[in-house]
Write a protein that binds this ligand. Structure first.
Ligand code: HEM
Ligand code: SF4
Length: 544
């Protein structure tokens, strides 16, 4: 993984001290919150319903055991003993005290972590495939490119006062495990017919109040031109994006208003214009960064055999283990979705267990996923059973990846100032309703995603089944949506009709699922059945 050089470390350390001074001035009453807000948001600090919330960046979801142990210690000493992994692969603490924030940031800086640009109108943490560098189906490790873009965009003057936040997602395989088409810019690394490496460039995706799937604006951009092309995209937005209405300021609105064709024309024109002034990033710099992502020292000659005689282990392998590019190795996903728990939450003790496992069995490598789970990317198959036992003992061996109980949910009304409804108890109720493994297995891949308001932090627009919390005359109400996808077959879900109360929506989902069972073809996913038979049969089942 990337290691800070002296410049990186100096920047992050200086940032901590600057913020320490700002916090001291706020506490001394020299600033009110209106004055302090833009300063704290530059450092990932939100003021939520009950407390401050700190969002720690995990660049492209990659971190190591030492960093995880530090996150655990912070959870224990400064929070309530847990952390929450988010849909942008970051970690949030929900019970932070303002006066302790500089110390927390100093602890993070010691292990090359920070909270810079995790909020505010900036380029946010770049998300990437959580299996990067390990996946059997990738054409290269996308993370050196993500790191290049991270360095290029952090504190870049052109990107300092953007109309709104800006999110970039990056993958290097056909399977999209990072929801790139729901990002402001979604990049997929591919090779053209001549074997050259480049990017497929998608722009203008996003969720929130006005959701869009991104438009493909360039099927192939030579890889070494990515920085100037991204700059052209951002300049067109910076110049023409709206700044008069906070709900219309994202780049997706500009792409929609101009039309993808006109937007593309402007980007290409801008790109041509900046070529003479800008020599892109020297490939030497890319190679310097890429060297940090050299494949780890995999052992060779390992066996691919697995003893699956233990049925609980076999179940976990079936759902949570994926193919690795190196023979004898596997990728293991640690679910943070135990039935009855809060999706994405992990206790400090569990963090320590995961850190130990990463160090001992996964070449000191850890990943977080946009579905709020964790990954041990490089496990020798011979060690898998041992790893699973340790996870089981720590209550972390839930075997349900992509099944009906692997629910994404935002924090909702339990934490969030903007929420209209709770999402966590609903996620728990749904998981309990479908807790039976035979039911889950029978239903197969089925992604439920819940947001407590239109901002869509819980990705309800791209749930196979989505739930949106709304406020109906002061009571919590839930709208049901069907048919979304955040993967390579990205699609936006459609609202079924009038909303329900909490129990009502759980029952409505049960009716939806019963209908799926009735009309599905053999081996067909819920989403494919929905696409084949359409909306009406489900609507009828839901509303009668
Ligand atoms: C406890 C409070 C909050 C938490 C835990 C939270 C978490 C998240 C996370 C993890 C995402 C990532 C989803 C994504 O972008 O793909 C997200 C998205 C989003 N958040 Fe929040 N957020 C919180 C509060 C807020 C606040 C204060 C705003 C301010 C308006 C906000 C507005 C949004 C919007 C609009 C999106 C959708 C992004 C898109 O267009 O794709 N959230 N939030
Ligand atoms: S979707 Fe709404 S309720 Fe949920 S975390 Fe985001 S802003 Fe808060």
């Amino acid at each position: 993984m990337y290691r800070y050089d002296n410049y990186d470390q100096a920047i992050v350390d200086a940032r901590v001290e600057e913020f320490r001074d700002q916090v001291a001035r706020r506490i001394a009453g020299e600033m009110n919150d209106d004055q302090f807000k833009p300063l704290r948001l530059k450092n990932g600090l939100y003021l939520q319903l009950h407390a401050y919330m700190l969002r720690v960046a995990i660049p492209y979801g990659t971190f190591n055991a030492l960093q995880m142990r530090t996150l655990a210690r912070i959870a224990r000493e400064y929070d309530r003993g847990y952390g929450h992994f988010t849909t942008r692969q970051n970690l949030q603490y929900h019970w932070i005290k303002l006066d302790q924030t500089p110390d927390i940031l100093a602890e993070l800086a010691k292990v090359e972590m920070h909270a810079i640009q995790t909020s505010g109108e900036s380029i946010r943490n770049i998300s990437a495939d959580q299996f990067a560098g390990a996946a059997a189906d990738e054409i290269c490790d996308p993370r050196p490119w993500a790191e290049l873009l991270r360095q290029y965009t952090t504190f870049h003057p052109e990107f300092s006062y953007l109309p709104r936040k800006f999110k970039i997602g990056l993958i290097a395989s056909e399977q999209d495990r990072a929801a790139i088409k729901l990002h402001d810019v979604g990049l997929r690394i591919l090779r053209n017919d001549a074997g050259e490496m480049g990017f497929e460039v998608h722009v203008g995706g996003g969720m929130g109040r006005t959701p869009f799937v991104a438009s493909l604006i360039r099927p192939f951009l030579p890889a070494n031109r990515i920085c100037s092309y991204l700059e052209a995209i951002l300049r067109v937005w910076n110049r023409n994006g709206r700044r008069d209405n906070i709900h219309k300021q994202r780049i997706k609105i500009l792409v929609h208003d101009l039309g993808a064709e006109e937007f593309t024309r402007q980007v290409e024109e801008e790109w041509q214009a900046i070529q003479p002034q800008m020599d892109d990033i020297p490939m030497k710099e890319f190679e310097r960064i890429a060297a940090y992502f050299a494949p780890p020292a995999f052992e060779t000659g390992l066996s691919d055999d697995l003893d699956l005689s233990d049925p609980d282990f076999a179940r976990w392998v079936k759902h949570n283990v994926h193919a690795h590019k190196q023979p004898g190795y596997a990728i293991a996903t640690i679910s943070l979705k135990k039935v009855g728990e809060t999706p994405g939450d992990i206790s400090a003790d569990q963090m320590d267990v995961v850190a130990d496992l990463a160090e001992r069995y996964s070449l000191d490598d850890l990943r977080s996923t946009h579905a709020q789970n964790l990954v041990l990317p490089h496990i020798r198959k011979a060690d898998l059973h041992m790893v699973w036992q340790a996870l089981r003992d720590a209550d972390l061996a839930t075997a349900s990846l992509d099944l009906v109980t692997d629910i994404i949910a935002c924090p909702g009304l339990d934490y969030c100032t903007l929420a209209n409804a709770r999402s966590l108890p609903l996620a728990q109720k749904l998981a309990e309703r479908f807790a039976d493994y035979d039911v889950q297995r029978d239903l197969g891949e089925l992604k439920i995603k819940i947001s407590g308001c239109i901002n869509a932090c819980g990705h309800h627009h791209v749930g196979h089944i989505g739930i949106l919390g709304v406020d109906r005359k002061g009571t919590e109400n839930y709208q049901l949506l069907l048919g979304g996808s955040g993967a390579e077959d990205a699609a936006l879900a459609k609202i079924t009709g009038p909303g329900f109360d909490e129990d009502g929506v759980v029952n409505a989902i049960e009716r939806t699922i019963d209908k799926y069972r009735e009309v599905r073809a053999d081996g067909e996913r819920f989403l494919d059945t929905y696409r084949r038979v359409g909306f009406e049969p489900f609507k009828e089942a839901i509303y009668g």
